[in-house]
Write a protein that binds this ligand. Structure first.
Ligand code: BG6
Length: 279
């Protein structure tokens, strides 16, 4: 089943259901804000107080940060403009009883050209099955090349932040946004304070362990990974987040950030792909 639904304020989203999983994807931002396998808990965290309103990013799920991660391009809003732009549904197909595929697209407009003066096509293909597969393809439709940073900013739901362990980043180079300095990660990551690091040269799979589940993240077309939890003080300052919400999630973002930027030449494309499996 694939249904286009609308909230009373006109905010539209797709609801998908097959034998393996259900998902909800907003047309604004092509934002996946729910994904769960049949009979299981949500994989993605969604803030109880998130906005679902034109022009405001959903807090939780998988925001698409594009064409800039964070403030990598200081001329653009934080995390770019895709997450608050309205995508169009290009296609949706029930491949079999267990697999549904949807494609959404954003193209340049007067508004985007004012912010970022390039013609583009951005296609997000999501495959909903017993795993979640996301493919973000940028096509350059301009006569000049452009530089891109981006992220699939996944918020993973946790039993509690004290149970979370991120594996696969030991000894990796990282930029620590809290100290504004570079360093090397020492060991697996656990959380007992604010954490905001961008890891570089990550070619391997990552594992997130929670109390009762293990999540495997496989990224292609990218070699940077952002790990973020706001902890107590930042959580209080953040929009659309309850004070205690930092306990409920960790973000592990599949990214092309900082030195891992991408240059897309005219008429060429680049795909960032993340496959999320869990056991
Ligand atoms: C992360 C950044 O990617 O996104 C954090 O590393 C930031 O520094 C977080 O706080 C959330 O950003 P926003 O714009 O959604 O509040």
């Amino acid at each position: 089943m694939i249904e286009l639904k609308k909230l009373s304020n006109g905010f539209e989203y797709l609801e998908i259901q097959n034998d393996f999983a259900t998902a909800k994807i907003a047309l604004q931002g092509a934002h996946i804000f729910e994904y769960k396998r049949s009979g299981e808990d949500d994989l993605l965290w969604l803030s109880e107080v998130s906005d679902f309103e034109r022009g405001k990013a959903i807090r939780g799920g998988v925001p698409i940060c594009w064409p800039a991660f964070g403030l990598n391009n200081p001329e653009l809003p934080q995390h770019g403009f895709a997450r608050t732009s309205l995508f169009e549904l290009v296609s949706s197909s029930e491949i079999d009883a267990e697999t549904t595929e949807v494609k959404l697209r954003l193209t340049h407009s007067e508004d985007t050209l004012k912010l970022w003066n390039y013609k583009f096509e951005l296609v997000f293909k999501v495959t909903i099955s017993d795993k979640l597969t996301m493919e973000l393809t940028t096509i350059n439709r301009d006569e000049k090349g452009f530089k891109l940073t981006q992220a699939l900013h996944s918020y993973f739901k946790l039993s509690d932040i004290s149970n979370a362990v991120v594996k696969g980043l030991d000894k990796k180079l990282c930029f620590d946004a809290l100290t504004d300095g570079n360093g090397i990660q020492n060991g697996d990551i656990t959380f007992n304070q604010e954490f905001d690091r961008v890891f570089q040269k990550v070619e391997n799979e990552l594992i997130l362990k929670d109390r009762d589940k293990t999540i495997k993240i496989d990224n292609k077309g990218s070699s940077s990974v952002v790990v973020w939890n706001p902890w107590i003080d930042k959580c209080k300052r953040m929009s659309a987040m309850k004070d205690e919400a930092y306990r409920e999630f960790v973000c592990i973002e599949s990214a092309n950030a900082f030195e891992d930027f991408v240059i897309v030449k005219p008429q060429k494309k680049h795909t960032l792909k993340a496959t999320i499996e869990f056991f």
